[in-house]
Design a protein around this ligand. Structure first.
Ligand code: CTP
Ligand code: CA
Length: 221
């Protein structure tokens, strides 16, 4: 599947990537979700495939085209994403959680469409498990990469996540800026590793950022 002139430095590596939002149902016609476009995760999947990796992309609903030459698994809720990631984890060499996972799900999903009755409605939200932290607990030689979306205290919050989730690499996003990140074409990130100075990847396309992330991953191994 590869006719490009790209260097094949990920040949033989099994790369598992999550991307996009999760969708938590409220009733048969309503849901909770977020503004993740999936672009960063898809750019990672495309970059890895071009560099010769065997890629599995686990994705929430997005408007993007499925990358060519990639095994694609569609998911909706965080619970389904967790099941899929855990099932594919042990056979993977590099695992990247770029999905914007909902931190909560609705406690009791209504079996029928909820009818309005002129009163206020309260939804009880229950914490979702931290999928990435769970993978950090069971990893055996996999390179585990997480993202962090932060609006303040970027480095402190990023380093906390790096450590707490037992990650090899954390990609730090400043989501207070609207010119980069979440829904934008471009991104600017900091790559955090334990006991290293953060590395700034200056604003560039998500494809270029994706390739820099894999360069850094290959430096780890
Ligand atoms: N993540 C996950 N499972 C969750 C929540 C987040 O696997 N239930 C992953 C994301 O895919 C991302 C990383 O954890 O790689 C950080 O997500 P982020 O939302 O920035 O951090 P949280 O740990 O959820 O903390 P908070 O939202 O409170 O900042
Ligand atoms: Ca979160």
């Amino acid at each position: 599947n590869n006719l490009s002139a790209e260097k094949q430095d990920l040949a033989g590596r099994k790369v598992l990537i999550s991307a996009g939002p999760t969708v938590e149902p409220i009733d048969p016609v309503r849901y909770l979700s977020n503004h993740s476009s999936g672009k960063m995760g898809y750019a990672l999947a495309n970059a890895a495939a071009k560099r010769g990796a065997e890629v599995t992309l686990v994705s929430g609903p997005t408007r993007l085209t499925k990358p060519a030459g990639v095994k694609f698994i569609q998911i909706q809720a965080a619970a389904e994403l967790q099941e899929t990631m855990e099932k594919n984890f042990s056979k993977s060499d590099i695992v990247i959680m770029a999905a914007a996972v909902s931190d909560y799900h609705v406690d009791q999903v209504a079996p029928q469409k909820i009818k309005k009755n002129g009163q206020d409605l309260e939804l009880h939200l229950v914490s979702n498990p931290d999928i990435l932290a769970g993978l950090g607990q069971i990893k055996k030689g996999q390179i585990l990469v997480g993202f962090a979306a932060e609006t303040e205290n970027l480095l402190a919050n990023g380093n906390k996540k790096l450590q707490k989730k037992n990650l090899d690499l954390l990609v730090l996003n400043d989501v207070s800026r609207t010119d980069i990140g979440f829904n934008a074409e471009d991104n600017e990130v900091r790559l955090l590793r334990a006991r290293r100075e953060p590395r700034l990847i200056a604003k560039s396309s998500k494809d270029q950022i994706a390739n820099q992330i894999f360069d850094e991953i290959l430096n780890l191994a």
